[in-house]
Write a protein that binds this ligand. Structure first.
Ligand SMILES: *Cc1c(COP(=O)(O)O)cnc(C)c1O
Length: 389
């Protein structure tokens, strides 16, 4: 059996895959098992932030694997404490909790918000408001948090205590908040929801309204974090100071990690045995993340993310089938004439790995993508859009 046949026989069919088995990669370029070349402007959904197999990242990870690959959370780990120190110093947040994925990072934020409120106000003030069209993960609780009805099927009963407000509508938020509300959770750019960039006035009004009521603001930066939008975290573009920030996808550079960071007032909410996960703070994963943060948290690097984003946008807007581009840094949604899913599938056949978000094409290229790779990517997209007309 080849890779595809084995996959179809032995792996649960929770994803509709393209007809490609990827084998290796370097930078924004990947190769399949037949040696065919692809330009990847998806980074494995925003994960390979430094591209495939960045030399320094490979060295950091493999050296750590050869030094100590895992220890339980009952022991101190320099990789984890260094990473936490860097993240807190760079953001002004107070503490970090480690997990393995975006959904878990959001679970952690939800638990901290509810416990903070329980400790301070007692039972019943536990509702979390999220935004319509949001995406927060696939666990039973983060599905509840996700503000899209299509995710609220089959797996009943879902976790209680979530309510949904319209994005970019401060009155909708004010009308949804009640005496039971303990937190609001949002993506400042809704990634899966269609690269929907929230308005600055809305986000600042939301933060102010919540701040006055001791309602915590949780920013889900699982997709937008770690340099993706040209700042280390996307909330910095909005000038707000969230109470809780989660990150995952791009942080490990390709290894599974999720973090929840909290502000000063929440730093002692969690105590021993209130939360944990076996693999959280794994030293190999943290070595990868330390390398990513050292590289990305740098003004020149982040300026380049912005200039590369501007360059891609300019090139995209020259294509006649492109109606508009939603973009911040290298988080890019492309509104096109025609069916984005059909175009994305054809792009893959033509050697361009691109994703979709709702009815848009979406690019989350490696932050290290070169101008030459950008040109190749746009050229494949251009001919594919012609072909799909
Ligand atoms: C991908 C994503 C998640 C879920 O992350 P997983 O690592 O797949 O659990 C949560 N929130 C946002 C905004 C995401 O883009």
């Amino acid at each position: 059996m080849n890779t595809k046949e084995k996959d179809l026989k032995y792996i649960m069919h929770t994803y509709g895959r393209y007809d490609v088995a990827l084998k290796s990669g370097k930078g924004a370029t990947a190769y399949d098992e037949d040696g065919k070349k692809y330009i990847d402007v998806s980074s494995g959904i925003g994960v390979n932030s430094l591209g495939y197999c960045d030399d320094g990242w490979v060295k950091a990870v493999s050296e750590q694997a050869g030094t100590i690959q895992h220890m339980s959370n009952y022991f101190y780990s320099s990789q984890a404490s260094d990473l936490a120190e860097k993240l807190c110093t760079l953001t002004g947040m107070a503490k970090v909790c480690f997990g393995n994925s975006g959904a878990e990072a959001n679970e952690c934020a939800i638990k901290i918000a509810r416990k903070y409120s329980f400790d301070k106000y007692g039972e019943g003030r536990n509702q979390i408001i999220t935004l319509k069209n949001s995406f927060h993960g696939r666990t039973v609780t983060t599905l509840s948090a996700t503000g899209q009805d299509v995710f609220h099927n089959y797996f009943f009963p879902f976790t209680e205590g979530f309510a949904y407000a319209e994005a970019n509508d401060i009155d909708s938020l004010k009308n949804t908040v009640s005496g039971k509300t303990c937190a609001v959770m949002l993506e400042v750019i809704q990634g899966e929801g269609g690269v929907n960039i929230l308005d600055k006035e809305y986000v600042t009004a939301l933060a102010e309204f919540c701040g006055e009521r001791d309602i915590l603001v949780i920013v889900d930066e699982v997709q937008t974090g770690v340099g993706r939008t040209g700042k280390l975290f996307a909330y910095e573009n909005y000038g707000i100071s969230p109470d809780l920030v989660t990150a995952a996808k791009g942080l490990g550079g390709g290894l599974p990690i999720g973090i929840c960071m909290c502000a000063e007032k929440l730093k002692d909410v969690m105590s021993p045995s209130t939360h944990g996960t076996t693999f959280g703070a794994n030293p190999v994963v943290c070595a990868g993340a330390n390398y990513v943060i050292d590289k990305v948290a740098n003004a020149d690097f982040l300026n380049e993310v912005n200039s590369k984003g501007e360059y891609i946008e300019k090139m995209l807007l020259k294509l006649p089938q492109v109606k508009s581009v939603h973009r911040m840094g290298l988080m890019i949604g492309i509104e096109i004439e025609g069916d984005a899913h059909a175009v994305a599938a054809k792009c893959v056949e033509n050697g361009l790995l691109i994703i979709t978000a709702k009815n848009l094409l979406r690019m989350l290229p490696p932050l290290t993508i070169t101008e030459q790779e950008i040109d190749e990517a746009v050229s494949i997209l251009k001919s594919t859009l012609e072909e799909c007309k």
